[in-house]
Design a protein around this ligand. Structure first.
Ligand code: SF4
Length: 122
């Protein structure tokens, strides 16, 4: 049996979690105060994921940067490869909220989307 201590990152409360792992059994989560924390605790010890958020340059846009995020969480181990894949990427305005700016980021099957409108600078 193994016990793992975690802090839930699903909301600002940051509840302390303890997950007990026993071979052949589902992980047992304690310390959560809502179902989201229970799910996070189980996932974090079996298949951790993260929503990648960053910004990309938009030369000629107003402003000249756009915040982006993955449309769904991706495996934690794919975050750095995804950031590597975005090195040197620039976008062309206008950009619309929700627009796909990179498909299948790092082979995860998840798209990267813009989280605001970026009009052309006048
Ligand atoms: S367990 Fe629920 S209330 Fe606690 S930090 Fe996680 S999401 Fe927030």
């Amino acid at each position: 049996m193994k016990k793992v201590s975690l802090t839930c990152i699903c909301c600002p409360l940051g509840c302390p979690l303890e997950v007990t792992l026993e071979e052949g059994k589902d992980p047992v989560v304690r310390g959560h105060t809502c179902p989201k924390g229970h799910q996070y605790g189980k996932m974090e010890v079996t298949a951790p994921t993260r929503t990648l958020t960053t910004t990309l340059p938009v030369p000629g846009g107003d402003p000249a940067m756009v915040p982006v995020k993955t449309a769904a969480p991706i495996p934690k181990g794919s975050v750095l490869p995804a950031m590597e894949a975005l090195k040197g990427v620039t976008l062309t305005p206008p950009i619309a909220l929700g627009q796909v700016v990179a498909e299948n980021i790092a082979g995860t099957g998840v798209n990267l989307i813009a989280t605001r409108d970026i009009p052309v600078k006048e």
